[in-house]
Design a protein around this ligand. Sequence first.
Ligand code: MG
Ligand code: ZN
Length: 228
Amino acid sequence: MEREIKILENIGEANDLIAGENRRLLEEHNVFAFNIMGSPGSGKTSLLEASLVELGKSYRVAVIEGDLATSYDAERIKRLGVKVLQINTGGMCHLEAASINRALAHFNLDEIDLVFVENVGNLVCPAFFDIGAHRNIVVISTPEGDDKPAKYPVIFRNADLLVINKMDLLPYLEVNLERIRRDASMINPRLEVIETSCRTGEGVDSWIKWIKRQLETRRNTGVTRGFL
Ligand code: MG
Ligand code: ZN
């Protein structure tokens, strides 16, 4: 048992080292990276679809899609004319820094300003693997209920932004938005929250503004952040 724990710690340390390398590599080329995490079906791809064209007016964008199998999400992004690379994890339920390191080698980083990494749909282990992004985002949707921050605290603790998606469904659900906000801010007082509906477009402008603000902040202060 003791040995098992030691090995796991080493995997974590190795991952953090590569995550740091990824961040340095991105910074050398002036690329800013976002790690988008969240449950399957929470709307991670839809949020990108709703905003990539607009963001593309200001930035040169690339997307890395992480999935267990299939390239469905990558195809959705490709249709928008955005550079996209699919990583199939072959059953692994999260992305690691090493897979992002290999993925970055497929891009000419001098031709990119920002990268979105869509992590594997999962609220558990993506939260334990820093991939070297500058900001971490968690997307949940209203049909998932209001207990997710309390039940999966680590992912909310390591995130900079919480997106509550599918706001258009709220009238049909018994979901207490205040509970989501309260629990999330207790776990992580610096967590920002944006409510969106990719179907109606509600809040998508706030999401785009938030993304742009992160790039502006970086330009002014050089601040970057990994996992805590
Ligand atoms: Mg997706
Ligand atoms: Zn996993």
